[in-house]
Design a protein around this ligand. Sequence first.
Ligand code: TXA
Ligand code: MG
Length: 321
Amino acid sequence: MTQILQPKEFEKAIKIIKQGGLVAFPTETVYGLGADARNQEALDKIFAVKKRSLNNPLHLNISDVNLVNEFVEKIPATVQKVMDIFWPGPLTIILPLKKGTLPDIITGSLSAVGFRMPQNEIALALIRSVGIMVGPSANISGNFSPTRVEHVLADLDGKIDAVLDDGESLGGIESTILDVSTFTQPKILRSGAITREMLEEFFPNLQVIKNKKHYMPNVSIIIINSQKQDWSDAIAWAKRKRKRIGLLTDKKIIEKFANHVHATYVLTENNDINLAVKRLFAGLRKLDKIKQSLDVVFVQSFDGEGLTLAYRNCLLKAAGS
Ligand code: TXA
Ligand code: MG
């Protein structure tokens, strides 16, 4: 059984992690799976319970910027500035690893290592006590990242020691990953709430890499852009094909078409992108359930840059395109 701990019980969580256990914990993006980064057995367990491939590296969670110096030879002034401005916050930064300072299992034998300082008091208190903590998203690899305790339990109940409950994650999608391990070509490996525009000020030649890894939803996802496509046409098409339809979209559209579909999830209201980002994974998880036996889920997309771009990237990953 996995214990559900309340925030005031975080001392218990610290004890479990220090003894080599695994505790899911809240961050401002999605729930993470915390373990002591210096405990080999705990690291092995992380890969086992997540069914994570051994060549997929783990980043380090830290609560003190100075800790980076233990693992990195030299931090360039621009990167230091970016850390000072955006940490704590939803930005993971990848830097060249100082040889011999971390076990290969953390870095997947790469010569670079990622750092993250989450903006969540419970997470920071936990990390401060553990020292350096690994904390990948608390889901089985390939599933959507968890934004609620129930999602963590759906994937990992009985396989991890505890989960610290801090309600629904504020952000909803994973942190932006900035790779500055080759200083000459900074890259965004994953788009999140810290946008390309925010980072371009510091790295004018910033590259955005298209993510080739996909989530594995159980139904086909079709992306609808209201500005360019028509919901009535899409639903009429799916009905003609006798498909069981799910809708993940704005409240107004759901109210209009609820009688024509089999399952709905209110993604947002008044097309509020922040709300859509926050609810996306919860909605996809809900409508992804095999037991709903849907054939197709129509999900709303939005035009624009910044956070909207991060949202679209998550959606494209879900749609497998
Ligand atoms: O918002 C987040 O970042 C969440 C919360 C829980 O902190 N964490 C998260 O961790 O999404 P994870 O492990 O599920 O995703 C981190 C990604 C992985 O896909 C991994 O491949 C990449 O970061 N990564 C980590 N270290 C890396 C490295 N040295 N080089 C390249 N990619 C790296
Ligand atoms: Mg993950």
